[in-house]
Design a protein around this ligand. Structure first.
Ligand SMILES: Cc1cc2nc3c(=O)[nH]c(=O)nc-3n(C[C@H](O)[C@H](O)[C@H](O)COP(=O)(O)O)c2cc1C
Length: 209
């Protein structure tokens, strides 16, 4: 597919056909994700592909349980609807053919060492540099999503499920220092979906003179 078509066609897909994704396609998406730029070329990622339905159900149950704990005794109609939406947007991955769980490991940049001499903590340095490790993961996830579109799939980036991050890490046996950074649900779109309206050029771009 033409690069422009891939980018313009990508939109978040939350309803999928049941068709399984061949391993070679999953690997192609991960290959492209791993080509993303990363702070200091740290490549601080690993990608788990979950296709086992029992495991996906366990993950969704853990997320629902956590949402229940966070929003107990919801009584008003409005709050019930909010809770339902939160549940849906955090657990629809359960019906996807695959969920790719993106793991992130901490990194230490060369500049960290220099800045340590100024007695700044790792957290302060990280804040000063505006969280390069997290930005790095974003680059990988976007590559993954575009790769999915290029292969005829669709996907959705999710951080909603991370409310149950500890529980998900235990289900997926994620070992320190890795932590779950994001999830991506992927599969063939259930129906054709029009990309969302995006903000116009003159609103988002300014040529600095
Ligand atoms: C960091 C991040 C986290 C997101 N988390 C969720 C999520 O938990 N659940 C969900 O349904 N969509 C999630 N999304 C998808 C956004 O809702 C979606 O990208 C946005 O509405 C724009 O729509 P589009 O992707 O179709 O252009 C997330 C997107 C990003 C970038």
């Amino acid at each position: 597919m033409e690069f422009n078509d891939v980018v313009m066609k990508r939109t978040s897909i939350r309803k999928f056909k049941d068709d399984p994704i061949p391993l070679k396609d999953l690997k192609a998406m991960i290959k492209h994700a791993g080509m993303a730029p990363s702070v200091n070329n740290s490549q601080p990622w690993k990608f788990l592909a979950v296709t086992n339905k029992d495991k996906m159900k366990k993950m969704a149950e853990a997320v629902n349980l956590k949402i229940d704990e966070m929003m107990p005794d919801v009584e008003s109609e409005k709050m019930k609807n909010v809770k339902k939406a939160v549940e849906h947007f955090s657990t629809f991955f359960v019906d996807a053919p695959a969920i790719i769980v993106v793991l992130n490991e901490p990194y230490e940049a060369v500049i960290d060492k220099a800045l340590e001499k100024l007695e700044l903590s790792h957290e302060e340095i990280d804040k000063l540099r505006n969280h390069p490790n997290i930005q790095t993961i974003g680059a990988a996830v976007e590559n993954l999503l575009l790769s999915a579109v290029n292969l005829g799939y669709g996907g959705c980036w999710l951080t909603g499920p991370l409310v149950a991050r500890d529980e998900l890490e235990s289900i997926l046996k994620v070992k320190a220092p890795y932590r779950i950074a994001a999830c991506v649900a992927v599969g063939k779109p259930f129906e054709k979906q029009k990309p969302k309206e995006k903000r116009p050029m003159d609103e988002i771009f300014k040529l600095v003179d």
